[in-house]
Design a protein around this ligand. Structure first.
Ligand code: ADP
Ligand code: MG
Length: 365
């Protein structure tokens, strides 16, 4: 069991790094508390596997420190860090039985045989591998092999943490859902720190209490699914979380007004003041599609826009519209009033976000 701290951590695969782009992990700080169920969420190539391998010890960071309960472990190999890691593709011994595969991590640390059998049986039961225990791993399906691989990660309950690197990629969707619930169950039962890497926001939010969103080699926000939705700390989080993601309008201040593409926007005065006082040129207003209201006729403070498409998704519709030469989206509940091609928009003012140089700025009223 351990608290894992990443201190001024950075990593490059380049022998001669020149710029931030040469870093797979750009300098970052992070704390994973003991016992948490965490997800590490981000698009392909943002550095998730690199970060996980640095935590497990498969990779030594080029800069900064990894601390387990305050102890620097940079040079310690995975065995000595007491960490289990489950990879995207099965890592098992084909010639061994399923039982022996699951027992392997326990035998490796000299657990006596009479304690191994009950533990292997318990994990096999959870993963529904019991009928396969005597089978050689070679003959198993891809799903079964991955379950064995996960079982090998779960069999030791003395580990500091279990790291999962997109472990359900090769698993079919039905079983995926079931296994995710099992992992959550195991987490609750053993109180082991778990870090679950995925590029899928739904997977992240069903498994984790807290999600670290990664973008270009940094954790840009660490929060609950609700926090990521309500107060994204970075435009990337706004865009990546939500379905569809947040709308962003590039704005500037001119003569007492906030302007987007020559269109003056109706804004709370606090936003007008914050934008007027900002010294930066990269200023965006963010509004989630859920908080864009579509009206059929003009009204005070509404912005005229063009409807482009309406997708009916059962309990809600996604309206794509054009405003100031750009496309945006609104998400409307079932049974919303009818409207034509010319529409009029209002934004829920208490749901607006202000982003300066891509980071959220708190606007105090
Ligand atoms: P993710 O797991 O989020 O998809 P990775 O950590 O695998 O991202 O990769 C982060 C960046 O580092 C990518 O640009 C990738 O091309 C690069 N990278 C990953 N592994 C290596 C490696 N062994 N050698 C060189 N570059 C690598
Ligand atoms: Mg990866």
């Amino acid at each position: 069991m351990a608290e894992i701290v990443l201190k001024a951590l950075a990593h490059t695969y380049s022998a001669n790094p020149q710029s931030p782009e040469d870093y797979a992990i750009r300098q970052m700080e992070h704390v994973w508390h003991q016992g948490g169920a965490y997800a590490l969420l981000g698009p392909s190539g943002c550095g998730k596997s690199t970060l996980l391998n640095i935590i497990s010890g498969l990779l030594e960071p080029s800069e900064g420190d990894v601390l387990f309960d305050g102890q620097r472990v940079n040079e310690l190999p995975p065995e000595e860090r007491n960490i289990a890691q489950v990879f995207q593709f099965p890592v098992i011994y084909d010639t061994m039985t399923v039982f022996d595969n699951l027992a392997f991590p326990l035998r490796n640390i000299n657990i006596p045989g009479h304690r191994i059998t009950p533990k292997v049986e318990e994990v096999a039961e959870i993963l529904e591998l019991t009928p396969l225990l005597k089978r050689k791993a070679k003959g198993l399906t891809a799903d079964e092999k991955q379950k064995v691989s996960m079982g090998r990660g779960l069999v030791r309950d003395d580990v500091s943490a279990i790291l999962f690197d997109e472990p359900l990629t090769v698993i079919d969707p039905q079983l995926k859902w079931k296994l995710r619930r099992k992992l959550k169950e195991i987490h609750q039962r053993f109180n082991i720190t778990m870090i679950y890497v995925t590029h899928d926001q739904l997977e992240a939010s069903t498994f984790a209490d807290k999600i670290a969103v990664m973008y270009e080699g940094q954790v840009v926000q660490f929060g609950t699914p609700q926090e990521l939705f309500e107060t994204p700390a970075h435009t990337f989080v706004g865009y990546f979380i939500g379905s569809p993601g947040m709308n962003f309008l590039d704005v500037h201040y001119h003569a007492g007004e906030v302007i987007f593409a020559d269109i003056p926007l109706t804004m709370p005065q606090t936003f007008v003041d914050a934008i007027a006082n900002s010294k930066r040129s990269n200023i965006k207003i963010g509004i989630r599609p859920e908080f864009v209201n579509v009206h059929a006729s003009q009204r005070e403070g509404a912005l005229p826009a063009r409807k482009r498409q309406v997708q009916d998704l059962g309990t809600y519709s996604i309206v794509t519209f054009e405003l100031g030469g750009q496309t945006f989206k609104a998400r409307l509940p079932e049974g919303h009033p009818e409207f034509g091609d010319d529409i009029y928009l209002t934004f829920d003012h208490d749901q607006l976000g202000l982003f300066v140089d891509e980071y959220r700025v708190e606007v105090t009223s």
